[in-house]
Design a protein around this ligand. Structure first.
Ligand SMILES: Cc1cc2nc3c(=O)[nH]c(=O)nc-3n(C[C@H](O)[C@H](O)[C@H](O)COP(=O)(O)OP(=O)(O)OC[C@H]3O[C@@H](n4cnc5c(N)ncnc54)[C@H](O)[C@@H]3O)c2cc1C
Length: 373
């Protein structure tokens, strides 16, 4: 099938976060693409520690209005929330901030709506100004606290504890983890590396401390642990990995027991012939790792084949261990942890002058308009 013929087909993408944007930038040359997102910006789920400790730097690369992505120029974007999907008639019902409902029809639907994850990711409809205000409020809570406690030893918890302590060396920062070492799921070398880095920076690590969680989780005050111990802090950052998938708009038959989208290794959704899923919402593997491992290329390839009447033939294969950056760029550069346990260090110059502006913005995102001034 030629490009002209596929251009008549409509691909609707629900969620324009890290993966939805990548998929849209690649599909727009081949299809009529419509993006639906509760946020008018790509507010990335990456580098939470930098976001809290160095918001100015983080916003430059990780909070980007969708209109600044050059490859999204021809795409229709609805700033609205998907509320229900009719698979038989192939439409999505969305509601905008003025409470107006619109029905949007599709030939193919990509679910890239992510998960809620603590205070920093949600599916609420927000304007650009509301996004900025929320980011500033979270950063101010850290700036103004005299003691900070971080609960949870995953990458977000480690990133928060290390970045906050390095940005504010006068503040006592405690990291409470339930295991012996931080970063379960990462290679042993990476786990030991961060135990050393955290300790050297002055973060006090409390291993074997499983916190008792309440809803809503207190953002200041007392933390209680299953052991009967307790601790106090002015600001408490909960990063206990309690992810809630944004899938309420889909029929239950497409979801697994935890509410994630049942996704095959072709990134097609089980039980449908026109749905694909990617990112944190897609249960491709126990880590739901398809946001990180170039899976967007597989999805784009397979959707093009399907639109041309051919069977999808590229398969997503998750790595054995989690890999990538854990704490983001530091003064001495960016440390990338590989699946094998090996580390690679990129200098800060390389990160600021080449990796972020050229590799990420120009190559991966296919061009981002510069900010004025
Ligand atoms: C290039 C790249 C590099 C990465 N590097 C790393 C790394 O080094 N280390 C690491 O740990 N992780 C890394 N990650 C992964 C990252 O931490 C998360 O996994 C990623 O942010 C998840 O993306 P997502 O698109 O699934 O979800 P999100 O980015 O959360 O996007 C979901 C979007 O959908 C919207 N939405 C939700 N519900 C609805 C609805 N009903 N209607 C409309 N919109 C809705 C949300 O508001 C949000 O905008 C990387 C990801 C990418 C893409």
């Amino acid at each position: 099938m030629s490009r002209l013929e596929t251009k008549d087909q409509r691909v609707v993408i629900i969620g324009m976060g890290d993966t939805g944007v990548l998929v849209a930038t690649r599909l727009s040359r081949h299809f009529k693409v419509i993006g639906i997102s509760t946020k008018p910006n790509l507010v990335s789920g990456q580098e939470l520690g930098k976001r809290l400790a160095d918001l100015g730097w983080w916003s430059r690369y990780y909070n980007t209005p969708l209109r600044r992505f050059k490859a999204l120029a021809g795409i229709e974007i609805h700033h609205a929330k998907a509320e229900r999907v009719d698979l038989a008639n192939k439409w999505v019902a969305v509601r905008d901030q003025s409470n107006n409902e619109t029905l949007i029809s599709f030939d193919f639907l990509v679910i890239a709506s992510g998960t809620s994850n603590g205070f920093w990711r949600d599916d609420h409809l927000r304007s650009e100004a509301q996004i900025d205000a929320r980011l500033e409020q979270d950063a101010a809570a850290v700036r103004e606290a005299s003691t900070v406690a971080v609960i949870g030893g995953g990458p977000c918890g480690v990133s928060c504890a290390l970045n906050i302590r390095r940005a504010y060396p006068e503040k006592p920062v405690s990291l409470f983890i339930s295991a012996d070492l931080p970063l379960p799921g990462y290679h042993e070398e990476a786990r030991q590396y961060y135990e050393r880095e955290l300790t050297a920076a002055g973060v006090e690590i409390f291993s074997g401390h499983r916190a008792i969680t309440h809803e809503p989780a207190p953002s200041a005050g007392t933390i209680h642990f299953e052991s009967g111990q307790s601790a106090e802090a002015d600001t408490i950052i909960w990063s206990t990995g309690n992810r809630q998938p944004h899938t309420h708009f889909l029929p239950d038959a497409l979801l697994d027991d935890e509410g994630f989208v049942r996704t095959q290794n072709t990134l097609e959704v089980d039980g449908s012939d026109c749905l694909f899923a990617i990112g944190d919402v897609a249960s491709t593997d126990p880590e739901r790792s398809s946001a990180r491992n170039w899976a967007y290329g597989i999805l784009v390839h397979n959707i093009k084949r399907k639109a041309a009447g051919k069977a999808p033939n590229k398969l997503y294969s998750p790595p054995e261990n989690r890999w990538g950056s854990i704490v983001g760029p530091q003064d001495d550069g960016l440390t990338l942890h590989q699946d094998s346990g090996k580390t690679t260090r990129l200098s800060r110059w390389l990160v600021d002058k080449l990796l972020l502006p050229t590799i990420v913005q120009r190559v991966i995102y296919r061009g981002v308009e510069r900010l004025n001034g």
